[in-house]
Design a protein around this ligand. Structure first.
Ligand code: NAP
Length: 483
C-alpha cells in the first residue's frame, strides 16, 4: 500500500480523526478491491476547518507576495520529485493509466509554479480623476477564506488549480475532495505540510458532502466557494450561496462537440478525436461528447477512426501498456450502458465496442463508436463521461455550428480544418468558453480555462485565475491645493 492510512483530515496543522469515528472506504475501480479506509468527517470537522482557516487569514494575507510564492515554489518542486508515487496513488484510486496519471501530476504541479509567479504580479490601478483635488486608486485584496470542492476525475490537478491561486492571493483554504479520490488530496496536503505552510492556511476535510457543503455554504466566514464538478451540484451551491452572498467560481459539466470539416487533415483529426474522447476513459469535462463530420469525408474518417479505436488496449491502469482504464464506479458504468442501449434501440449503428468488459473485475466499458446517431438519443444531450463517441454528419458550416451550439453547456468545443478563414469564422460563432482549433488539449496553466452557459462561472489558470480570489478595494482621496 502506497498510502499512510493514519492520515485523515488536516485541520489547523494537525492530522485528525473524525469525531464520530466514521471511516470512508476507498476502492480501486480497476479491481473493485478496497485500498484503505480513512476518517470521514462532517459538520463538526468542516466547522473547525473553517475556523482554523479564518484564524490564519490575517497573518497569511499580510505576508509579502514573495513570501507566499516561496511556499508555492517549494511545493511545486516537491510535487515533481514525488511524481512517481503520486501518479501510482492516483491510478490506484481513480483508474486512469499510469502514463496519464504522470501527465496529471505534471499538470497539477504547473499550477503551483504558475501561481508562485502570479503571486508577485497582483497589481492595482491608479485612475486619472475627473476632479483636480482627487486621487483615485484600486487596491486588490484577498477575498478571505476559500472553500475548494473538487471532483474525482482529476484528483490532483483540480486541487492545485484552486489551492495555487488561493494561497498566492493570500487566502486560506478549506479543501473538500471527492469521496472516491481522497488519497491524492492527502498526499498534496502532506507536501504543503512538509514545505512548512503555516497552520490553518490549508485544511482538508473529507466526508459527507451534504453536511460539509451545508456548513461551508452557511458560513459567513467563507467568502468564496470554488467548485469543480457537475452542473447539478453547482446549481445547488448557487442556491446555497444566497444567504451569505458569497462569491462562487464554478467549473461545471460539458458536452463538447468536435467538428471535422472536409478540408481537415484527417489523420490528425482521427488521432486527436481519440485522444479527446478516450483519455481518462472519457471522464474529462472537455472530452468530445459529440462528433460531427462533413459527409464528403465521413467514410474515410470512420474507417481510420474505427481501425485505431480497435487497437486501444483496455485494462488496469497500473499496466504501462494500457490505454484505457476503468470508469470510476457502478453509477458511471450504468450511465454509459444506458446511453449506448438507448442509442442502439433508437437506430444507432454500433461500429465497435458497446459492451461492459470484465477484465480484472473493475468498471470497464469497451471503447465504443456509434454512427447514424440522431438528436433524440440521450447521448446527444447528456454528458456521457465514458468511452463512447456518437457521430453525425453535416453538409454546410452553418449546420455544423447550429448543431454544436444546440446545448445548455458551453465549456469546450473543437474544430478541425486547414482553412484559416473558416477556422476563424466558425470559432467566432461557437458559444463556448474554450475552443480548440486542430487541438484538443487547450488546458494549460498560463491560459484561462472555464465555461459559459451552464458550464460555469469564472476562470481557472492564466492571470485571470487569481482574480477570482481577489476583491478590488476602491480608494478615493481628497487632497487640498496647499503644499
Ligand atoms: P459532483 O458529483 O458534482 O461532485 C463534485 C464535488 O462536489 C465532490 O467533492 C462531491 O463530494 C461534492 N459534492 C457533491 N454534492 C455536494 C453538495 N450537496 N454540497 C457540496 N459538495 C457536494 O461531480 P463529480 O462526479 O465528482 O465530477 C464530475 C463532474 O465534474 C462532471 O460533470 C465534469 O464535467 C465536471 N468537471 C468539470 C471541470 C471543469 O473544469 N469545468 C473539470 C473536471 C470535472 P462527494 O465526492 O463526497 O460526493
Amino acid at each position: 500500500m502506497l498510502v499512510d492510512t493514519v492520515k485523515g483530515m488536516y485541520i489547523n496543522g494537525e492530522w485528525v480523526q473524525a469525531e464520530s469515528g466514521s471511516m470512508l472506504e476507498v476502492f480501486n475501480p480497476a479491481t473493485r478491491e478496497k485500498i484503505t479506509e480513512i476518517p470521514s468527517g462532517g459538520k463538526k470537522e468542516a466547522d473547525e476547518a473553517i475556523r482554523s482557516a479564518n484564524a490564519a487569514f490575517e497573518s497569511w494575507s499580510e505576508l509579502t507576495a514573495r513570501e507566499r510564492s516561496n511556499y508555492l515554489y517549494k511545493a511545486y518542486h516537491l510535487m515533481l520529485e514525488r511524481k512517481e508515487k503520486l501518479a501510482s496513488i492516483l491510478t490506484e484510486e481513480q483508474g486512469k493509466p499510469l502514463k496519464e496519471a504522470r501527465g496529471e501530476i505534471e499538470f497539477a504541479a504547473s499550477f503551483l509554479l504558475w501561481y508562485a509567479e502570479e503571486a508577485n504580479r497582483v497589481y492595482g490601478e491608479m485612475i486619472p480623476s475627473s476632479k483636480k483635488n482627487k486621487r483615485l486608486w484600486v487596491v486588490p485584496k484577498p477575498i478571505g477564506v476559500v472553500a475548494a470542492i473538487t471532483p474525482w476525475n482529476f484528483p490532483a490537478a483540480m486541487i492545485t488549480r484552486k489551492v495555487g491561486p488561493a494561497l498566492a492571493a493570500g487566502c486560506p483554504v478549506v479543501l473538500k475532495p471527492a469521496e472516491q479520490t481522497p488519497l491524492s488530496a492527502i498526499e498534496i496536503v502532506k507536501i504543503f505540510e512538509e514545505v512548512g505552510l503555516p497552520k490553518g492556511v490549508l485544511n482538508l476535510v473529507v466526508g459527507d458532502p451534504v453536511e460539509i457543503g451545508k456548513e461551508i455554504m452557511d458560513s459567513s466566514d467563507v467568502r468564496l466557494v470554488t467548485f469543480t464538478g457537475s452542473t447539478e451540484v453547482g446549481k445547488l451551491l448557487m442556491e446555497g450561496s444566497a444567504q451569505t452572498v458569497k462569491k462562487l467560481a464554478l467549473e461545471l459539466g460539458g458536452h463538447a462537440p468536435l467538428l471535422v470539416f472536409e478540408d481537415a487533415d484527417l489523420d490528425l483529426a482521427v488521432d486527436q478525436a481519440i485522444a479527446s474522447k478516450y483519455r481518462n476513459c472519457g471522464q474529462t469535462c472537455i472530452c468530445t461528447n459529440r462528433l460531427y463530420v462533413h459527409s464528403d469525408v465521413k467514410d474515410q474518417f470512420l474507417e481510420k477512426l474505427e481501425a485505431k479505436v480497435r487497437e486501444l488496449r483496455i485494462g488496469n491502469g497500473s499496466d504501462e501498456t494500457v490505454d484505457i482504464g476503468p470508469l470510476i464506479d457502478d453509477s458511471g458504468l450504468n450511465k454509459v450502458k444506458d446511453q449506448v442501449e438507448d442509442a442502439v434501440s433508437k437506430g444507432a449503428e454500433l461500429m465497435t465496442g458497446g459492451k461492459q468488459w470484465d477484465g480484472p473485475g473493475g468498471y470497464f466499458f469497451e471503447p465504443t463508436i456509434l454512427a447514424n446517431v440522431t438528436d433524440d438519443m440521450k447521448i446527444m444531450s447528456q454528458e456521457t463521461f465514458g468511452p463512447v463517441v456518437p457521430i453525425q454528419t453535416f453538409d454546410r458550416d452553418e449546420e455544423a455550428i447550429a448543431a454544436a451550439n444546440n446545448t445548455n453547456y458551453g465549456l469546450a468545443s473543437f474544430l478541425f480544418t486547414n482553412n484559416l478563414n473558416r477556422a476563424i469564422k466558425v470559432m467566432e460563432k461557437l458559444d463556448y468558453g474554450i475552443i480548440g482549433i486542430n487541438d484538443v488539449f487547450p488546458g494549460t496553466a498560463e491560459a484561462p480555462f472555464g465555461g459559459i452557459k451552464e458550464s460555469g462561472l469564472g476562470k481557472e489558470g492564466g492571470h485571470e485565475g487569481i482574480k477570482e480570489y481577489l476583491e478590488m478595494k476602491y480608494v478615493s482621496l481628497a487632497v487640498s491645493d496647499k503644499l
